[in-house]
Design a protein around this ligand. Sequence first.
Ligand code: ZN
Length: 157
Amino acid sequence: MSDKLQRDLEQNKKFQDTYIHTAAEPWLPFCPGIDFKLLRTTQETGAWTALFKCAVGSKFDRHEHLGAGEYVMISGKMEIRGGAQNGGITAYTGDYGYEPNGVIHDHTEFPEESVLYFTNNGPIRFIDENNQTVFVLDWQVLQGMETDAKSKLKTAA
Ligand code: ZN
């Protein structure tokens, strides 16, 4: 082993890389038509990162971001706020988007089967038409959903 490699290994002991071979992880149910793979959560900031696989015609219900979000479309097509033809955004394979803290998204729909990589720097508050809270999705809820879904997979196996 070279001195440099030895030095790097010593330095990196203080840090921890995260590596997930996502293809080996199961898709877990998130909501009707949408599955997820939770990649990372952080207690410090409440940020979390997930992959979502969205069936044709599935949607995320109306919500408010309580932390900025970022996505990359790995495949498919996502229509935010009605899509480009209604003054919103239509994101295609390879597209990137930033969603500011505080933004409200009405139903986000998937006219094609889609996979997206998504990071949110905080919770997402799902809301009704009057902006009343229906459900708050945060890093701990996501961890709980992942744990429950994985234990059900084991029971079913
Ligand atoms: Zn959103």
